[in-house]
Design a protein around this ligand. Structure first.
Ligand SMILES: NC(=O)c1ccc[n+]([C@@H]2O[C@H](COP(=O)([O-])OP(=O)(O)OC[C@H]3O[C@@H](n4cnc5c(N)ncnc54)[C@H](OP(=O)(O)O)[C@@H]3O)[C@@H](O)[C@H]2O)c1
Length: 205
């Protein structure tokens, strides 16, 4: 049975819009926020329809499940936005040094990108997902005659991972579990072997 949720979407660019579109299409309520404020999102929520509301970043961070679709470099700004304890955070970020992908990588030392994100959102149950896909493939219909678009995910909390897998599955993706934020995160993150790899999975009965 499909569980309909209120989903927060933090960041309303290419990725945030694609996720919000899929979520409202599948019957969820979306609270979407950006840096500049809800008034800048009027046209977007007009297109998304009555299940989407433009809100402040603080309000977009309130639901129990929040998609993170901001530049990696903006993540430290989110630490005090809400009480992250127990929230499921779907981390779609890639660790570019700035919002401009041509300006190098953010140095997170020995951590994976999502471990670093988790450190900035105390208590959040972070699940890395969707970051390996180009925005156009997050937005596109994932079901094709040849198979379903694969969406990898990793995380250290089993319940959070199950909730995210269920959502990805509702959206039409073939959700594939790659383990924890450390080992799976290394495969999925920027420059990892699965970064920007677009695969279709054909289910064989
Ligand atoms: N585009 C892709 O193909 C793609 C694919 C996979 C993963 N990613 C990753 O997904 C993330 C988003 O990418 P994108 O291409 O969607 O970026 P984008 O189009 O540049 O949009 C970024 C969004 O984040 C918002 N933002 C920035 N700082 C914020 C803050 N402190 N609080 C709240 N909102 C804030 C921006 O708001 P304002 O507009 O108000 O500044 C904007 O709505 C990045 O980490 C990127 O590396 C991108």
């Amino acid at each position: 049975m499909t569980t309909h949720r209120t989903i927060g979407v933090l960041g309303a660019g290419e990725v945030g819009q694609a996720v919000a579109d899929k979520a409202v299409h599948h019957g969820h309520e979306v609270l979407i926020g950006n840096r500049r404020g809800p008034e800048t999102l009027a046209a977007l929520v007009g297109r998304l329809g009555p299940n989407a509301r433009a809100v402040t970043a603080e309000d977009a961070a309130k639901p129990e499940l929040v998609f993170l679709s901001v530049p990696f470099s903006a993540v430290p700004e989110l630490t005090d936005l809400t009480d992250w304890s127990g929230k499921i955070v779907v981390d779609a970020t890639n660790q570019f040094a700035t919002a401009n992908p041509y300006q190098g990588r953010y140095d997170v030392g020995d951590l994976t990108g999502s471990e670093w994100v988790a450190r900035h959102l105390p208590g959040a149950r972070v699940v890395k997902a969707l970051n390996t896909l180009y925005g156009a493939f997050i937005a596109a219909e994932p079901r094709h005659a040849e198979g379903r678009q694969v969406a990898f995910y990793t995380g250290d909390d089993a319940d959070a991972k199950a909730a995210v897998a269920d959502l990805l599955d509702q959206f039409g993706f073939a959700a594939l579990d790659l383990g924890g934020l450390r080992e799976g995160g290394r495969l999925m993150q920027l420059d990892g072997p699965l970064s920007a790899k677009h695969l279709l999975l054909q289910d064989v009965d």
